[in-house]
Design a protein. Structure first.
Length: 278
């Protein structure tokens, strides 16, 4: 007897910037499902298979999304090992599956998780992802700072803003960093930014395919501008330029990480930034 087909959940409730959650999920799941996978993320694969959506419209499924997740995972694991009972705050988390990757990577994990995103995204997470007593989902904007009152900061805080700040207006992005630094001394914050030239040369957003245009990215900072935050933004104690993880194939394993480290290029490339607050 054939088993009944699993009912799939529609993904069309995500629009605008929220729809990029499906874009990044698709890329990460594809890389995790390959025989030569660069990321261990079976939850992402199951998520894609559970969502009824035209993922093909996004076009290519390159390694970049998986590499970004590996970068933030490495920073988070390092912080959690030093602060085993900390709270991880995932701002605009989308359909990331970071909690389960980190839970798998850290034996006897005790860290707690606070996921903050808009109501349609949280509704999908509630419907499709497993629950845990260590996870709290908040259906609100990351710019509604009331989420800060829900953070247990007694044992340390690690904040991720993966794929968020570039879609904010400059004053919004800078104020979010400023408020996090003010509220959570001793915490760390990870975020990524595109090359500064993106907002100039693609003011309406970049096309990933003939059928999809990524939303505009009005905010970015060069590595030099980020480093200046130590002197210009109270509470920012240090800024770390996180290396590009190695991927698969000659370009992503060797060329791209080398270019990322090449001095003359640093002010023009994108950034994986880790900020220390204190």
């Amino acid at each position: 007897m054939n088993e009944p087909a699993q009912q799939r959940v529609g993904g069309d409730s995500l629009t605008g910037v929220s729809e990029t959650a499906l874009l990044t999920l698709n890329g990460r799941a594809y890389q995790a499902s390959r025989p030569d996978a660069i990321i261990d993320d079976p939850m992402a694969v199951r998520l894609v298979n559970s969502i009824d959506f035209d993922f093909a419209k996004f076009g290519r499924k390159g390694q970049e999304m998986a590499l970004r997740s590996l970068a933030v995972d490495g920073c988070a694991v390092s912080y959690i090992r030093d602060h085993p009972q900390c709270t991880v705050v995932a701002l605009a988390e989308g359909l990331q599956t970071s909690f389960w990757r980190l839970d798998h990577a850290i034996p006897d994990a005790q860290f707690r998780w606070l996921s903050v995103d808009l109501p349609p995204v949280i509704a999908l997470r509630d419907e499709l992802l497993p629950s845990s007593p260590r996870i709290t989902n908040l259906a609100q904007s990351a710019l509604d700072y009331s989420w800060m009152d829900r953070v247990d900061d007694a044992h340390g805080v690690f904040i991720t803003a993966e794929g968020l700040l570039m879609y904010l207006q400059p004053h919004e992005a800078m104020d979010l960093i400023r408020q996090c630094a003010k509220r959570f001394p001793g915490a760390q914050m990870f975020f990524d930014l595109p090359p500064v030239m993106v907002k100039k040369f693609a003011p309406k957003g970049m096309r990933s395919s003939k059928r999809y245009r990524v939303p505009p990215m009005p905010f970015s900072l060069s590595l030099r501008e980020l480093s200046d935050l130590v002197h210009t933004m109270p509470g920012v104690r240090a800024v770390h330029d996180i290396p590009m993880p190695r991927g698969r194939g000659t370009f992503f394993h060797t060329v791209f990480p080398a270019v990322w480290r090449f001095g003359p290029i640093k002010q023009y490339r994108g950034v994986y930034a880790l900020l220390d607050f204190g």
